[in-house]
Design a protein around this ligand. Structure first.
Ligand code: AMP
Ligand code: ZN
Length: 461
């Protein structure tokens, strides 16, 4: 069974052929940890986690070297630090941990390597020096710029012209570029910027641009040419285009053999994003739903197509998972079967067709139910093995059926606990209106709060 994936660069589904089957390299652009991540931000890590599982099932888990960086040098972090007065490092540490906890709750395995930008500034400087030496870059008054016209095939990934870079250029700021399409490799420090965002360089104090961070970290940990580079479709241009420009001009080698981009998670017909105000935080969703429900919902759409996030999608995911876990429960005690199921692996091998794979999962649940109806121990054991193998590939069914049933409840209870705690905090802050609002919200769900000498507890009325 060949694995075919859609390569954005070649605009076609291609058979995946690694450079070295014993060391398959995958780089995915990671988060800027300045705030809680929304569920749209979870789409890339979930999609690439499935890809990693598919690769591991073919080449062995040890062969997969997966790097997902932490972008802890970035304007949004600087802004957050200026706003809160907290050091950048403290903010980044805090939200990177929250991000990784969120990922764990979504059954996203940690990457093999998690490079942090702040730990790779020397490598970035070295790469910029090389670009300057080779005349792909020049030093201006505000920073070091990559000269887009120096690279004949600039734009090959996205098919966009250098002028499109101007769309993101703010008038009056980029005045010392030779060409408005040129982009920053190094930005000189401006007055008022936090000292922890400033590094020495041969050209002057400042910080690296976002694009060079990924180019330098990918080369250091995975090599000059990597097998697969991935991220959300919004990163294709200019971020990935610029990564290619930097890496290929510095190294004289192809940066990545395959480029994979996921489509957007939408809400209300628009890309979910913090700036549009239509985002839901993973952290909040996890108070009300098990992580596997969120993961199932994300995987219910094909990764390249837009997917609309709404309550129905979640309810549907929950209903289906309940049914699958219910079937698993009926065959749970019949250990020792051998899975011979191929449909699910076939679906995933065809450009990660997860909707088809989830349909297969439901079919396997029906088989388990049928085997249980017939009280056929061999069929039950095989159905169990098939379900668990399918779950392994998708990152689902990681709980026992019993824990699932209890955990669903616990998820709901955690949300109520959080609300009750919120009411206690409001009362301590003498915010009676908010305390009453929370009490009323819970009352509407049939939950009664009992205030006693040792604190507040709750019960279902
Ligand atoms: P950002 O926080 O915007 O830098 O995004 C971090 C990662 O999440 C990038 O890989 C983006 O492509 C991805 N991303 C952001 N918003 C969405 C969305 N609504 N749907 C899918 N991916 C997204
Ligand atoms: Zn990147």
């Amino acid at each position: 069974m060949t694995l075919r994936i859609y390569d954005t660069a070649k605009r076609a589904k291609r058979v995946f052929e690694p450079q070295d089957p014993a060391r398959i390299t995958l780089y995915v652009c990671g988060p800027t940890p300045y705030n809680y991540a929304h569920i749209g931000n979870a789409r890339p890590p979930i999609v690439f986690d499935v890809l990693r599982r598919v690769l591991a099932s073919r080449y062995g888990a040890k062969a997969i070297v997966y790097a997902r960086n932490i972008t802890d040098i970035e304007d949004k972090l600087i802004a957050a630090s200026l706003e809160t007065g907290e050091p950048i490092e403290a903010i980044a540490q805090k939200f990177a941990k929250i991000y990784n906890d969120d990922m764990a709750a979504l059954n996203v395995a940690p990457p093999t390597i998690e490079p942090w930008a702040t730990e790779h500034v020397p490598e970035m400087i070295e790469m910029i020096e090389k670009l300057v030496r080779k005349k792909y870059a020049y030093v201006g008054a505000q920073g070091v710029w990559f000269s887009v016209s120096s690279m004949p095939d600039y734009g090959k990934l996205s098919g966009r012209k250098p002028e499109d870079n101007e769309a993101g250029a703010r008038v009056g700021i980029d005045t010392d570029k030779r060409d408005p399409a040129d982009f920053a490799l190094w930005k000189f420090a401006k007055p008022g910027e936090p000292v922890d965002a400033i590094w020495d360089s041969p050209w002057g104090r400042g910080r690296p641009g976002w694009h060079i961070e990924c180019s330098a970290m990918a080369a250091k940990h995975l090599g000059k040419t990597i097998d697969i580079h991935g991220g959300g479709i919004d990163l294709q241009f200019p971020h990935h285009e610029n990564e290619i420009a930097q890496s290929e001009c510095a190294h004289g080698e192809v940066m990545a053999n395959y480029w994979i981009h996921n489509g957007f998670l939408d809400m209300g017909g628009e890309k979910m994003s913090k700036s549009l105000g239509n985002s839901v935080l993973i952290h909040d969703l996890l108070q009300a739903w098990p992580g596997e429900v969120l993961r199932f919902a994300i995987l219910s759409g094909h990764y390249r197509a837009p997917l609309d996030w709404n309550e129905d999608l979640l309810k549907q995911a929950k209903t289906t998972l309940d049914r699958v876990y219910g079937a698993l429960r009926r065959v749970w005690d019949q250990e020792g079967g051998h899975g011979g199921e191929k449909g699910l692996a076939r679906a995933l091998s065809d450009d990660l067709n997860t909707p088809e794979a989830l349909a297969e999962l439901s079919r396997l649940a029906s088989e388990a139910n049928m085997a249980a109806d017939h009280k056929d121990p061999d069929a039950m054991a095989n159905a169990r093995a098939n379900l668990l193998a399918a779950g392994d590939l998708l990152g689902l069914l990681t709980q026992t059926p019993k824990a699932w049933e209890q955990g669903v409840d616990a998820g709901g209870n955690a949300r109520i606990d959080a609300l009750v705690q919120g009411r206690i905090d409001s009362r301590a802050a003498r915010d009676w209106a908010e305390a009453d609002r929370i009490r009323d919200e819970l009352a509407a769900e049939g939950i009664e709060i009992m205030d006693g000498p040792s604190g507040s507890t709750w019960r279902r009325a």
